[in-house]
Design a protein around this ligand. Structure first.
Ligand code: C2O
Ligand code: CU
Ligand code: CU
Length: 470
């Protein structure tokens, strides 16, 4: 039986009423009435394993969405977003060129590298200049990402396209029984909502309310494409999901309720898979899941509980090889337990003042202090383990720490949600979360690490702090 569903439009089921561009509005997935849907493309691969070198060029581009007029965008070595970088442990000489007319930086979100290589706001690349960190990669396999991180400009720069995915690999995934065929049974999916104007332009014009809630879109983009269909073989497929949105958290589930077998979180593999019927992914977070497409009609990945909207439609393509047909047993190392060691505890509150609500963009801070480039907020001892008790005000904030991976000890006093069982670098703090981490990467006063809300409008407005590790 041939199961080619490319031309069978289920767009009607996907189209959410275009509710205008208010925050929290549901993004529409695809144009109603389109009968022939484009096939989802993966970002091009940039494999650094042979050469130990990596070059990227930040440049201006143009993106036409769903046949609309082109919007001016930016990208790394292409029009929008950047290549998927494959790297392995060992030395990696990077060269990032900036051909844009404003300063950018390239932060390696999820790589464990010292502050001087971290690419945060203290490492700007001026127009026409290049940045050449000689890095050393030493960590577990993981799906990480990279994006610009200039203080006050991160939201707009990432929105316009300065982001990409990283696969840290040890070359043993096939032995683990995991899908490894990029774009066939191992899909990299960058989820972003974007605000598309009636004339088809991608716009970024945050109002005060947009800053308060974070800038949300009315359309879903996956890998920079609107309404594309992901072709998969009739077997087990690995989805590496990155929430690359500025502000929107997704509650992801398949429309037919098919299970998601979570195999990895931000920092790498779980010891074995965890079966879920849905998962929450907040800005900055990554998750890897295995999905079995061997049975049933091709599903739609959706977000939301009551009125879910389509995020990505799948189609079974029987011409693609179904290499993996059974779920691997265990594949990752046991998770190291950090609790019980001698720890220093710190409390951090992610503040949104009413002042910000009533007038001016004020009120965004951590522990009442808005971010300041020249102020070090915390000093951490190299090699030490710390527990941070993080609390959110007004809304849930995705909290991210540079230069370390953490484990979630508790959420609102309860054990962590299944999504937060593994190694993390970003966690959605709904009310309060306790996290524990060891700081093994050094960072100086000149090139400190950041911790911040990953709603990029909040980060830019001051919900960020910085710390040294020495
Ligand atoms: Cu993904 Cu400080 O960033
Ligand atoms: Cu980061
Ligand atoms: Cu926030």
């Amino acid at each position: 039986m041939k199961r080619r569903h490319f031309l069978k439009s289920t767009a009607a089921a996907l189209v959410a009423a275009q509710t205008g561009s208010i925050f929290g509005g549901r993004p529409a997935h695809a144009d109603a009435g389109s009968s022939s849907r484009p096939r989802l493309k993966m970002p091009p691969l940039l494999d650094t394993r042979e050469t130990g070198r990596l070059s990227l060029s930040a440049r201006a581009g143009a993106l036409s969405l769903a046949g609309g007029p082109a919007t001016a965008t930016t990208g790394f070595s292409q029009d929008y977003l950047g290549p998927t970088i494959i790297m392995q442990n060992g030395s990696l000489a990077a060269n990032v060129e900036n051909t844009l007319d404003e300063a950018i930086s390239v932060h390696w979100h999820g790589l464990l590298v010292p502050g001087e290589h971290d690419g945060g706001p203290h490492l700007p690349i001026s127009p026409g200049q290049s940045w050449t960190p000689d890095m050393s990669i030493a960590q577990q396999p993981a799906t990480a990402w990279y994006h610009s991180h200039i203080h006050g400009r991160t939201a707009e720069q990432v929105y316009s396209g300065l982001a990409g995915v990283i696969h840290v690999t040890d070359g043993h995934d096939a032995e683990r029984g995991l899908p490894v065929d990029y774009g066939v049974d191992d899909l990299t999916l960058v989820l972003q909502d974007r605000r598309i104007s009636p004339s088809g332009q991608m716009v970024y014009d945050p109002s005060m309310m947009d800053v308060m809630h974070g800038f949300m879109g009315n359309r879903m983009l996956v890998n920079g494409q609107v309404g594309a269909v992901a072709a998969v073989p009739a077997g087990i497929v690995r989805l590496r999901l990155l929430n690359g949105s500025n502000a929107r958290s997704y509650r992801l589930a398949f429309d037919d309720g098919r299970p998601m077998h979570m195999i990895a979180t931000d920092g790498g593999f779980l010891p074995g898979s965890v079966t879920l019927d849905g998962l929450t992914l907040s800005p900055g977070e990554r998750v890897e899941i295995l999905v079995d497409f061997a049975t049933g009609a091709a599903p739609v990945l959706r977000s939301g509980f009551e009125q879910p909207f389509g995020v990505l439609e799948f189609a079974i393509d029987d011409t693609l090889p179904a290499r993996i047909t059974s779920h691997p047993e265990g594949f990752g190392p046991e998770l190291e337990v950090l609790t019980g060691t001698q720890v220093r505890t710190r409390t951090l509150s992610l503040d949104m003042g009413m002042g910000g609500m009533m007038g001016g963009a004020g009120g965004f801070a951590i522990n009442q202090r808005p971010f300041a480039m020249d102020r070090i907020d915390l000093e951490v001892e190299l090699g030490s383990v710390e527990k941070w008790v993080v609390s959110s005000t007004m809304i849930a904030h995705p909290f991210h720490v540079h230069g370390a991976l953490f484990r979630v000890v508790s959420e609102n006093g309860s054990p962590p949600r299944p999504e937060n069982l593994g190694w993390k670098d970003t966690v959605l703090v709904r009310d309060q979360a306790e996290i524990i981490m060891r700081f093994d990467q050094p960072a100086s006063r000149d090139k400190p690490f950041m911790y911040h809300c990953h709603i990029l409008e909040h980060e830019d407005a001051g919900m960020m702090g910085q710390f040294t590790v020495s």
